[in-house]
Design a protein. Structure first.
Length: 332
């Protein structure tokens, strides 16, 4: 049984080997990388990724990254392709084939049929002189790497390099296509990521659930408005006669005002004008803002509500922290 020291030493050596390979990869990027990015960005169909074994797993991941960032993608198993699945590929597609050696027999056997279909072939391999590379339209050659496996056999460094190179290509294509945050949000509707990319207007309180109160009203009227509004928001939005935003008053303000009134022996709080106790310049957001941006404001300011104002300065909604909790937008 290996000692603790030996286990840690082996893991550190592996990571160092892979890190060194990635460092060298940075220096090898050249015009072929640019050609690969242009080819994928101009693809009118799908990017069809393919590979066998561990390279196939990396091919699936690269395809998934492309698909999630605006480039339609599909995975083609080389063996299944030779038995009918080649019909998935058209001349409008680009085939991205991964093979460390570039001699994988199933991939090599695909080259002729792919050429007949007219689909451009992009290869990621360690051997620029391999059959796969020689017949590819564009080759991303990362050169021979030392596998970090103690036996020097299991794909480790080679798959790490493939994955990193695939990520670099995918992100370059994203930039080339000017893929926007809005488009990214459409492709990620679920999970914490998707929820943070929702628009404020999709989750804010509006209509009958929007607690509006005319300026000049009493604090008693504000309490009544908060209590009677559906959903019982913890705030009221005070508006001027022209409908523009005047201020925000929350249940937290109510508690603080009650304490201050009691200490100072001031007149009955409920009879005072809301204008005297409201916050006239609170943080606010636009309806088109991302929920993630609103979350940042709520956390930074340590507040529970945000008025939502349109370009004319009129309140169109209220964002309450309880609504974000319901859609699980808060995560640790």
């Amino acid at each position: 049984m290996a000692s603790d020291h030996d286990i840690l030493a082996g893991a550190r050596a592996l990571l160092a080997t892979e890190a060194q390979a990635l460092g060298l990869l940075v220096e090898t990027l050249d015009s072929d990388f640019v050609r690969a990015v242009r080819l994928l960005a101009a693809c009118e169909g799908r990017v069809v990724t393919t590979g066998i074994g561990k390279a196939g797993i990396i091919a699936r991941k690269i395809g998934a990254t492309l698909a999630s960032t605006g480039t339609p993608s599909d995975f083609l198993h080389p063996t299944e392709a030779l038995h009918g699945d080649l019909g998935r590929v058209t001349r409008r597609d680009v085939v991205l084939a991964l093979s460390n050696s570039g001699t994988t027999s199933e991939l090599v056997r695909l080259i002729g049929p792919l050429k007949d279909l007219g689909a451009p072939l992009l290869a990621i391999t360690a051997d620029a002189s391999s059959p796969l590379a020689r017949h590819a339209d564009v080759v991303l050659d990362y050169g021979r790497v030392t596998e970090a496996c103690p036996l020097g056999l299991a794909p480790t460094t080679s798959t790490t390099v493939m994955l990193a190179l695939g990520d670099a290509v995918a992100m370059a294509v994203l930039a080339e296509r000017r893929f926007s945050t809005e488009e990214f949000a459409r492709f990620h509707p679920a999970g914490d990521l998707g929820r943070s990319l929702l628009r404020v207007e999709e989750v804010m309180r509006r209509g009958d659930a929007l607690p509006l109160l005319p300026a000049g009203s009493t604090v008693a009227a504000a309490v009544e408005r908060m209590t009677s509004t559906p959903g019982r928001p913890g705030a009221v939005i005070v508006v001027n006669k022209d409908g523009t935003f005047a201020g925000l008053w929350t249940d937290g303000d109510l508690r603080r005002s009650l304490l201050a009134t009691q200490r100072a022996g001031a007149p009955d709080l409920l009879r005072r004008a809301i204008d005297e106790v409201m916050t006239s310049k609170p943080a606010s957001v636009r309806p088109g803002s991302l929920v993630g941006e609103a979350l940042r404001l709520l956390r930074e300011r340590k507040i529970d509500q945000l008025p939502v104002l349109d370009e004319a300065g009129k309140p169109v909604g209220l964002l309450d922290v309880q609504d974000l909790l319901e859609i699980h937008a808060f995560s640790s």
